[in-house]
Design a protein around this ligand. Sequence first.
Ligand code: ZN
Ligand code: ZN
Length: 231
Amino acid sequence: MKEQWIKIDPHVHSKAISRCSHVTCEQIIEEKIRMGYGGAILTNHCQAWYYPESEHKAYVEEVLADFQRGKAYAETKGFRFYLGLEVSLMQPHYADWLLYGITEEFLRNTPCLYTLSQKELFELCQESGVLLIQAHPYRQTPGDPAYMHGVEINCSDGDLDKIPLVETFAAEHGLLVTCGTDYHAPSRTYHGGIYVPAWCETAADIAKYMREEGEIRVFYGGTEKSFSIKV
Ligand SMILES: [Zn+2]
Ligand SMILES: [Zn+2]
């Protein structure tokens, strides 16, 4: 049987959690459907300047509540809405990290993620089958390739010229390549993302697919590419 594929944007932010976002989950879903997507991964920010470490558990509940509202809305539209997170780490240097494959249990049972080093976060992800992908690695500096699963081609206007750098870094270090738009506002109309098979019901399914297939099909602008790697 021919595999069915869904186009998703695996990097979107909703304003209930991400202060830099101008859109609700509902608006994201409407806009992405209009642009021809079948799904999105909600990757709200987890950052030290949002809340003190002692409030991490409460923050996680807010993240989950916003996701659940979005997911309920998505279901009425036949749209896939997946749980993710974007964690900003300060060790060994400032960088943003997308977590693909997290569950509610993972978020509730892990320590305050932004306090970890890249190596510590990677090890935690490894134990739980979560993929750690550096978001827009050339907006800052690429992290240690030994402690990540992949890097992101970011479709923000200011990041398009960095695509060759991302591809070269991934090829040199045997890393996955994903692609997302870092969607924050309706004005951000750039079309980019990845294809996932229709059997992926949860973010954990997407991580399993990426890990086991070792092949990710990305699209941005009019370009489509495939990257193959086992991590
Ligand atoms: Zn943001
Ligand atoms: Zn982001």
